[in-house]
Design a protein around this ligand. Structure first.
Ligand code: CAO
Length: 415
């Protein structure tokens, strides 16, 4: 079976996490992704957080599946010529260097256009145009500048960053969508274009509900589903909401059996209005279903702490999986707090290809997260990440270089 992006060639000039997540997705959809790295060093993540000496780290291998690796010194004049040949052959150049790095290398948008007017140039940057456009940015900086950190955590504590890599992997996803959209537009215009995904913008896009809440707060001075209501106080800005549900259905994280020793013996419990009577039955508080102080969502809001404390008395008598089973029978929305260990061992995730075991020549077997986007006509086959420069000769030959030219360029330090 063919793949959705068969025939699309990506010049992958990305490093660290944000850019590589984007090009990995495109590779999973069938694009030929040629990763350009510096000889001898490569993507810095090859050596970061290593768990086995001299072996590509999991950080690198888990972000660079299904790609080919070619080494080029793009500051060497002869190396530049190889990069030019690649620009002429590829459809998309993806990069996430610090602002200005590509220009300093001599590959401005204008120069790339001269070489290949059909080329799409896609960039991740920390910030869009404005006061911070020249700044280097990593994940947590984006989480802070995009509004996530100020709205995450508990009211009596400092801002908190989340483990979900919304700045890096989240922006990589945004960029991938921009690229396939630009490829689609090119089928009509014949022209390439620039695609920019700024990490601040990507995080803010994912924090859209908090900008909604800012405006609600400005207008009414309160938000009844926040834990600050009714006894706490609101300031000028959207406060940290702890584990309160972001939507209109109140929720909280509750202890389950074993919480004293297992840090993940918890369940997320949503007191969805349509199943309120069932919730009352399950926890043995049948009278709350008709009591005017508890019977309607509006009446319950001032009592949420007390309600969750009562539900928790029930969840603490069950493991999170027992609670899930019982609550699901009654269509009560809830979810266990799963540890990474539990996720890694979950058979259903292996079956769907969401967790994949990959074999690597120097590392051996390891687990990775497969393609989270499943296409029925373009199934994903996860292949191990390339060794540094593993495909240099192969790609150079495709560009028309002879074995003698390749070895001369290698001796000159250009590749
Ligand atoms: N041959 C020769 N030189 C190369 C090369 C190659 N194959 N590949 C990269 N280089 C050079 C670049 O040209 C640049 O040189 P100059 O500084 O002289 O112009 C240099 O390597 C380093 O690039 P960089 O500044 O991007 O790298 P850094 O490690 O200093 O910064 C990062 C890393 C991520 C902070 C920065 O790239 C950045 O802000 N990127 C945009 C935002 C982003 O994607 N952040 C998320 C990263 S994932 O957490």
């Amino acid at each position: 079976m063919g793949k959705a992006l068969d025939g699309v060639r990506i010049l992958d000039f990305t490093h660290v996490q944000s850019g590589p997540t984007c090009t990995q997705l495109l590779a999973w959809f069938g694009a030929d992704v040629i990763k350009v790295e510096r000889a001898g060093a490569g993507d810095i993540t090859r050596e970061q957080l290593r768990d086995i000496p001299d072996v590509d780290s999991l950080y690198f291998t888990m972000l660079n599946h299904n790609k080919r690796s070619i080494t080029i010194d793009t500051k060497n004049p002869e190396g530049k010529l190889v990069l030019e040949a690649l620009i002429q052959k590829c459809d998309v150049l993806v990069e996430n260097f610090a602002p200005g790095a590509l220009d300093r290398m001599g590959f401005t948008w204008e120069r790339i256009q001269e070489l290949n007017p059909r080329m799409i140039v896609a960039s991740v940057k920390g910030f869009g145009p404005g006061p911070y456009e020249d700044c280097k940015v990593y994940e947590n900086v984006a989480q802070c500048a995009g509004g996530a950190a100020s709205t995450t955590g508990f009211d009596d504590g400092p801002p908190v960053v989340t483990g979900a890599q919304i700045g890096d992997s989240g922006t990589g996803l945004h960029l991938a969508l921009g690229i396939v959209t630009a490829l689609y537009q090119r089928t009509q215009t014949g022209r390439g274009q620039r695609v920019l995904a700024a990490m601040q913008d990507g995080v803010l896009n994912l924090c859209r509900v908090k900008l909604r809440d800012q405006q609600r707060l400005d207008r009414t001075g309160t938000m009844k589903e926040y834990p600050q209501y009714p006894n706490g106080s609101f300031g000028e800005a959207v406060p940290r909401a702890g584990n309160a549900s972001g939507g209109g259905q109140p929720g909280w994280i509750l202890k389950c059996k074993g919480w004293e020793t297992d840090p993940n013996a918890y369940i997320y419990f949503i007191t969805q209005a349509p199943v309120w009577a069932k919730i009352c039955n399950v926890i043995g508080k049948e009278e709350w279903a008709t009591d005017p102080d508890y019977a309607t969502p509006a009446a319950r809001l001032p009592h949420l702490k007390e309600i969750f404390a009562e539900i928790e008395r029930w969840t603490m008598t069950k493991t999170k999986f027992e609670a899930m089973q019982i609550l699901n029978k009654y269509d009560i929305p809830c979810g266990p707090i799963l540890s990474m260990k539990e996720i890694a061992e979950e058979p259903s995730l292996r079956k769907t290809g969401t967790i994949v075991e990959v074999d690597h020549p120097t590392r051996g077997k390891y687990l990775t997260v497969g393609n989270p986007i499943k296409l029925s006509d373009s199934p994903t086959d996860v292949k191990r990440s390339p060794l540094l420069g593993e495909h240099t000769d192969e790609v150079m030959a495709e560009l028309g270089y002879s074995p003698q030219q390749i070895s001369a360029l290698r001796t000159a330090g250009a590749i």
